[in-house]
Every structure is written in structure tokens, then in C-alpha cells.
Design a binder for this molecule. Sequence first.
Ligand code: DAT
Ligand code: MG
Length: 151
Amino acid sequence: PKAERTFIAIKPDGVQRGLIGDIIKRFEQKGYKLVAGKLMWAPKELLMNHYKDLADKPFYNGLVAYMASGPVFAMVWEGKAVVATGRKILGATNPLDSAPGTIRGDYCIDVGRNICHGSDAVETAQREIALWFKDDELNDYEFADKKWIYE
Ligand code: DAT
Ligand code: MG
């Protein structure tokens, strides 16, 4: 069985505010494995597709404009239950509801400037990874200390 993967992105505000390193650090320290990562100024079409399920929301146009306002740092992380756990590491969508200790709980205030994205389900993750990355950008490798992370 293939290991679980999720798509995590640091949004333009997170990049501008110098939070790339801290966000990567939290996933690294947990024990998750970085499979791919790139700084990318995403085309509007990609962002509209990425958020297509929200197309009828009143905030959709603003959301796409915000995501297109600068480069994002796009990543794929791998590990046991990484999709659901990644969402916990990010915190609730609205930063005013995000627990302290989560990324959004620690670093932001407004829902429209919540600095990071994480896939909400395994199938969503597969769709998003395919949207943002080519197959040959995904690195298959093993951690040398794997047995110290997994029993
Ligand atoms: P999440 O990013 O936690 O998966 P989502 O998929 O429901 O949340 O929405 C995607 C993004 O859209 C979210 O990160 C921030 C923005 N957003 C969500 N609800 C919003 C609202 N009520 N007003 C403004 N922006 C909103
Ligand atoms: Mg979402």
C-alpha cells in the first residue's frame, strides 16, 4: 500500500511574512517526510481549479486574487495519517478559532489571510498533488531513521 500523502501550501502572506521555515519545521519535527516542494507564482486558472468546490461562495474571487498575489510555497508531505494530522497542525480555517500551538493559531488573525493550505481528505490530496506537481517532482526515498519514528 502506498504511503499517505497530503498537499500543504504556504500562501502568499505566509511567504511574505517569512514563515516558510517555521511551517516546514513543524512538519519535519513531527516526523513527516517532505516529498516535494517549490516556490511557485500560481496562474489564476490553477487556483480557480484548486478551489473549484468553493466557486459559488461570496469570497471565491477574493480568495483566488489573494492566492495569486504572490508566490506560494507548495509542498507534498508523506506519513501515517498525514492528511488529518496535517489539518490539525495547521489549525481551524478561521484563525480566531485555531488553537494556540497550531500554525494558524500562532501566526494569523483573519480567515482571508490564514497563511497556509492543507488537503481535507485523502482523495482531495491526490487531486491537489496531481494539480500542483508533475510525477517526476515527487521524490521516493526512505528516512534513514524510519525505525525511530514508526514502530
Ligand atoms: P480550509 O483552507 O481550512 O480547507 P476551506 O476549504 O473551507 O478551508 O476554504 C478555503 C479558504 O477559503 C480558507 O483557507 C480561507 C478562505 N475562506 C474560507 N471561508 C471563508 C470566509 N467565510 N470568508 C473569507 N474567506 C474564507
Ligand atoms: Mg479546504
